[in-house]
Write a protein that binds this ligand. Structure first.
Ligand code: FES
Ligand code: FES
Length: 192
């Protein structure tokens, strides 16, 4: 039995300890919002927050989240209503096929939380989301949505949420973001 906190509520699952967190969320917790893209830690579609940091759930054996806090895209709303970030994605057309969107939202939520009401620059947004791949949007709308949510949060004093990555991002930035996320995922794996 593995216990952890999922989207603010205690959760127990009886599953093989090495089962991927991604599969546990989708198959055992009835939370299909987290998507699988590459299954190899490369695309960011499966991103979730683990103790507040973005990790690739396709690389995390569920045993590693014992006692930890996990937040999925389903945990980003505000009492069943879209968060400012989710609203901005909808309003600005930042989602098309939607496969990348949950991971984008999760990563952007972490960025906005750390920004603490400041509106991150376009470069900062692109850097933060460099590990999240999108095949549809061209990224600009995603970047715009994240910054719009941040502006709304600044005005309202409310937490924003949303995200995506950008064209024109530097290869170095992409590599940095990927290294950072992979390192976090590995640290979380070592914890268990
Ligand atoms: S499915 Fe692509 S990083 Fe996990
Ligand atoms: S909206 Fe289709 S992959 Fe991003």
């Amino acid at each position: 039995m593995i216990e952890f906190v999922l989207n603010g509520r205690g959760r127990r699952v009886r599953v093989p300890p090495m089962k991927r967190l991604l599969d546990v969320l989708r198959e055992d917790c009835s939370l299909p919002g987290t998507k699988e893209g590459c299954g190899e830690g490369e695309c960011g579609a499966c991103s979730v927050l683990l103790d507040g940091r973005t990790v690739c759930s396709c690389l995390v054996p569920v045993v590693q989240v014992r006692g930890a806090r996990v937040v999925t895209v389903e945990g980003l709303d505000r009492g069943g209503r879209p968060s400012a970030l989710q609203r901005a994605f909808i309003d600005l057309g930042a989602a098309q096929c939607g496969i990348c969107t949950p991971g984008m939202l999760v990563t952007a939520a972490e960025l906005l939380r750390h920004a603490r009401g400041r509106v991150p620059s376009e470069e900062e947004v692109r850097e933060a989301l460099a590990g999240n791949l999108c095949r549809c949007t061209g990224y600009q709308k995603i970047v715009d949505a994240v910054r719009a949510a941040a502006r709304g949060a600044s005005r309202d004093g409310a937490a924003g949420t949303s995200g995506a990555r950008a064209p024109g991002r530097s290869r170095a930035g992409t590599a940095r973001a990927k290294r950072s996320r992979t390192a976090r995922t590995k640290r979380s794996r070592r914890r268990g």
